[in-house]
Write a protein that binds this ligand. Structure first.
Ligand code: E4P
Length: 217
């Protein structure tokens, strides 16, 4: 399973990239607003930090406008994935861009039928939002399972990018279902490594090691 960081914070991205565990980054207009920086400048910086796909989202709602914005965004770097909303215009734009060899992330997916359409439009990534789906009383993980089944039934190459991840259980469930990628805030990615028994074990080993009076290096 690939791990993407869902943030536009370049410090967090650089720190996670240094672990060797980061496969890509997703941004959206709200995350750009949160860091308060120029969109093109920050995405250019992120694309230089990670080798993997960096999603940059269009804000136009019509096909022509999306294509114009995508043209600007894809010139930033080869690892830019154009993020388009799951609308008819977004799907039309997806088809045109992927036909040209550009990576496209179709975002704001909340149903398996929407995911089916994105795959038919040749999407590189489909982003089902599990957390927001849970928030309104639906089962976000059932959506991931349904998409996995449909994509496997027809052999679609579109990668399932689990988005709106809020906690480690979302990551665990997505991995069990066989999602290709998950994107999570840096705090959630760091949380995956933590366990109270790991901390307690380290504490105990270090205490006993100190009693030996030895050093390794
Ligand atoms: C995905 O690409 C989105 O940026 C993101 O996962 C949205 O998550 P949120 O529901 O926490 O805003």
């Amino acid at each position: 399973m690939k791990f993407f960081a869902d943030t536009a914070d370049t410090r967090d991205i650089a720190e996670l990239a240094a672990t060797g565990l980061l496969d890509g980054v997703t941004t959206n207009p709200s995350l750009i607003h949160k860091v308060g920086r120029d969109f093109i400048e920050v995405v250019t910086e992120i694309a230089g930090i990670v080798d993997g796909p960096v999603s940059a989202e269009v804000v136009a709602l019509d096909h022509e406008g999306m294509l114009r914005e995508a043209e600007v965004l894809r010139r930033i770097a080869d690892n830019i994935a154009i993020k388009v909303p799951l609308t008819i215009d977004g799907l039309k734009t997806c088809k045109a861009l992927t036909g040209d060899g550009t990576m496209v992330n179709v975002t704001l997916c909340f149903s398996a039928n929407q995911a089916l359409l994105a795959a038919k439009a040749g999407a590189t990534f489909i982003s089902p939002f599990v957390g927001r789906h849970d928030d309104v009383g639906f089962d976000g993980m059932q959506l991931i399972a349904d998409i996995r089944l449909i994509y496997d039934n027809y052999g679609f190459d579109t990668e399932i990018l689990v988005a709106s991840v809020r906690h480690p259980v979302h990551v665990l469930e997505a991995a069990k279902i066989g999602a290709d990628i998950m994107t999570a805030p840096p705090a959630v990615i760091r949380q995956l490594a933590r366990h109270p028994l790991t901390d307690k074990g380290i504490e105990g080993f270090l205490a006993d090691w100190a009693k030996t009076g030895q050093s390794i290096a």
